[in-house]
Write a protein that binds this ligand. Structure first.
Ligand code: ZN
Length: 291
């Protein structure tokens, strides 16, 4: 089986070929530029590869309602040229194979449930913490779609008592993304997160906001695994800080012995930095099965 996968990010597109075991056999990546050019570059990569199906996990917001005339479009993004762009339609016209389509983070949650940290579980939540923050939700063996799709990067969070930073979200200022995504780290400290030492106070504040969001997620969705990926989560020192704060927030209220071992519950992606692409591969496999 040869399945195409696209992790369509706001900064870069990653395209790859994989099989039914989740193995990525080949991959390329290129910067996300104007939509026609970028989509054509992706289509050209797949053209002579003999793929049987395609999975696309994309940045959003997206129209995921299969009954909508604009199904498969990127909708209201501020990214120049991409608002109302028919991403799915352009790729289907070029490639003409069964195609699965979802948010990049729903795809990553799906891939982690299939092959990664949530393997064998029927629910998990996947956070990506990078240039933005996105949240994918998989529950009861299904990826969650509702009015649109979860937008968990923008949930309100209680302020850290020592933090007076205004936040960077153009819509909400001090939502989770506004306080804890990469640009917030950069603006708050005057340097990128990747240059801050592991013992810098930045990480305690960063962990506070992520723990706020995770606590709400655990209480609301009761996921069997919480997976934290994305560039900012390469800072491994965040994990113990986040677990400690989540435990403090929950204060023993949720009755599950799983939460006695947060080291195994709040974890990095089992698929590492392949989570997004492998998730898109899983969407492609599903599309092939369902025609
Ligand atoms: Zn926001």
């Amino acid at each position: 089986m040869r399945i195409g996968a696209i992790e369509a990010g706001g900064t870069k597109f990653v395209c790859g070929i994989g099989n039914e075991n989740g193995d990525i056999l080949d991959r390329i990546s290129f910067p996300t530029e104007e939509p026609e050019k970028t989509t054509q570059q992706a289509a050209d990569y797949f053209k002579d590869k003999g793929i049987e199906a395609l999975g696309i996990g994309s940045f959003g917001p997206l129209d995921l309602d299969t009954h909508s005339p604009t199904y498969g479009h990127v909708t209201t993004t501020p990214k120049p040229g991409w608002a109302n762009y028919d991403l799915l339609g352009h790729l289907q016209k070029e490639l003409d194979v069964p195609t699965g389509f979802d948010t990049d983070v729903n795809a990553a949650a799906f891939g982690e449930a299939k092959w990664g940290a949530a393997h064998g579980l029927d629910s998990c939540v996947y956070y990506t913490v990078g240039t933005g923050i996105g949240v994918g939700v998989y529950t009861g063996g299904q990826r969650v779609h509702g009015l649109v799709h979860p937008e968990g990067g923008h949930v309100p969070v209680r302020r850290h008592p020592d933090d007076e930073f205004a936040g960077t979200c153009p819509y909400h200022s001090d939502c989770l993304e506004g306080m804890a995504a990469g640009p917030a780290l950069g603006k708050r400290w005057g340097q990128g997160g990747d240059t801050l030492p592991a013992d810098h106070p930045a990480w305690e504040i960063e962990a506070h906001y992520l723990a706020e969001a995770l606590t709400g997620t655990i209480l609301l969705l009761s996921p069997k695994k919480v997976i934290l990926g994305g560039g900012v989560m390469h800072q491994q020192q965040l994990f113990p800080l986040i677990r400690e704060k989540v435990a403090k927030n929950l204060n023993g209220y949720v009755a599950s012995s799983v939460l006695d071992d947060l080291d195994s519950y709040i974890v990095p992606p089992g698929l590492g930095d392949n989570a997004g692409l492998a998730g898109s591969l899983a969407l492609g496999i599903e599309a092939l099965k369902h025609g």
